[in-house]
Design a protein around this ligand. Structure first.
Ligand code: SF4
Length: 423
């Protein structure tokens, strides 16, 4: 007998109870109806792959590269686009746009990797990839005071170290990146000169870690830590492993979104030797996720690396509940765990990207319950003067002691009481 029809079976549900469940299920379907209507219209790397391939052919033609070159990250470094004449041919820029880029470039450096340029839709000036990579006059006109986003004056107890927490810290190894994102918090550090910081400075940082037995977690970042050569990455990871109290290593890189070709079999062989190793990356829009980024993530996972994503909330790019929902779903499909959404800081040159905190809270309200916990990152405001990441969330707790009970609302807005032992 079927287990669902057998009243003695734990899977048996009386028909009247099924009707209650069906009513509830219909309500859930209605709650997601607005998202389902727009979901397939959100631009994604996977559904725009043909358009991206066409743009890739154009980029290769302008730069004089071959399909084999495309797979070589060093070719992308050597051919990084820093020249408006080249960008104009790739993106059909107007004279006014060229002038605006050149004016802004006197104040802020720019550079687009050929790979990232292949993701741009040259016909759409609202393309989220265009906005993240091509300078605009809004950066130049922004008069907000340039502050130190990491408040190194308070938080750098040793060379190249940023320490904001009791058990972990950052080593900054370079100011270089595959691309200079227009929303970068580190605009000030990027400067105009490429630097991989000297080994003697990195050794001083390592000595500080060795002298700090409470440090169990070290993030290697920059700039972008994967700018370092394979040999240097191997060296830093090996040095960290020789410090007995360092339990985990993390690498900060945006290359999974800006230059996934950097993930090579050689790099993965190195990573395989340095478990436990975590990568923090930054995908900000579903258009950045495509078969090439998926291939890079697959290789990292096969090498035993755990990959998490830290998005930045960006006005006009992803400050929308549906775009962010699609982004977390696309990340989970390629096995990247959505980890943080950062609110964009008040810094010179990036103010036009700042979305209100209420946008972030609205996104969180529309993720919790609508996606599994795996797809719900933590929304973060970075406290001033380097006082650390502070989580921001919609309020679920309504009253912690109402008549000896805890009162809260669910993700769907239903108010409930809960017997709490502490009350
Ligand atoms: S990759 Fe990171 S550090 Fe480099 S420009 Fe982009 S956001 Fe800034």
């Amino acid at each position: 007998m079927s287990v669902v029809k057998d009243p003695g079976s734990p899977m048996y549900v009386p028909e009247k109870n099924r009707e209650i469940a069906r009513k509830r299920a219909r309500k859930y379907t209605e709650m997601i109806a607005d998202y389902l209507q727009v979901r397939d219209k959100i631009p994604m790397g996977f559904n725009q792959w043909d358009r991206i391939q066409e743009q890739r052919r154009r980029v290769l033609k302008v730069l004089g590269g071959t399909n084999k070159d495309w797979t070589n990250y060093k070719w992308h470094y050597q051919n990084a686009i820093r020249n408006t004449a080249i960008l104009k041919r790739i993106l059909d820029l107007t004279e006014e746009e060229v002038k605006s880029i050149e004016k802004t470039a006197k104040q802020y450096r720019w550079q687009v990797s050929p790979y990232y340029a292949s993701l741009i839709d040259p016909k759409d000036r609202n393309c989220p990839i265009f906005k993240q990579s091509v300078p605009t006059i809004a950066e130049y006109l922004d008069e907000e005071e340039m502050k130190d986003p990491y408040a190194l004056v308070y938080n750098s107890p040793a060379p190249l170290i940023t320490r904001l927490y009791p058990d972990r810290l950052i080593i900054n190894v370079t100011n270089m990146c595959a691309m200079f994102c227009r929303h970068c918090l580190r605009k000030k550090d990027i400067s105009f000169k490429d630097m991989i910081y000297p080994r003697e400075d990195i050794q001083s940082a390592l000595a500080y870690i060795a002298d700090s037995p409470e440090i169990r977690d070290v993030l290697i970042t920059g700039g972008d830590a994967l700018v370092l050569s394979d040999e240097s990455i191997d060296w830093v990871l090996t040095e960290l492993e020789e410090i007995p109290h360092v339990e985990i290593k993390r690498i900060g890189t945006r290359m999974l979104a800006t230059l996934p070709q950097r993930v090579t079999p050689e790099l993965c062989r190195i990573f395989k030797r340095h478990k436990p190793l975590y990568i923090n990356t930054q995908f900000n829009h579903p258009l950045e996720i495509n078969p090439e980024s998926e291939r890079a993530v697959d290789m990292l996972i096969e090498a035993g690396v755990i990959v998490g994503n830290q998005s930045v909330l960006l006005k006009g790019i992803n400050n929308d509940k549906n775009v962010m929902k699609k982004l977390v779903h696309e990340l989970l499909k390629i096995r990247v765990r959505p980890y943080y959404i950062f609110n964009c800081k008040k810094l010179q040159g990036i103010q036009h990207f700042r979305a209100p905190v209420s946008d972030g809270l609205n996104i969180m309200e529309n993720l919790r319950g609508y996606s599994s916990g795996l797809g719900v990152p933590t929304f973060i405001i970075t406290a001033p003067e380097g006082k650390g990441k502070t989580p921001m969330a919609p309020t679920y707790l309504l009253n912690h002691n109402r008549n000896g009970k805890l009162l809260f609302r669910t993700w769907a807005g239903e108010v409930c009481e809960y017997e709490d032992e502490g009350l």
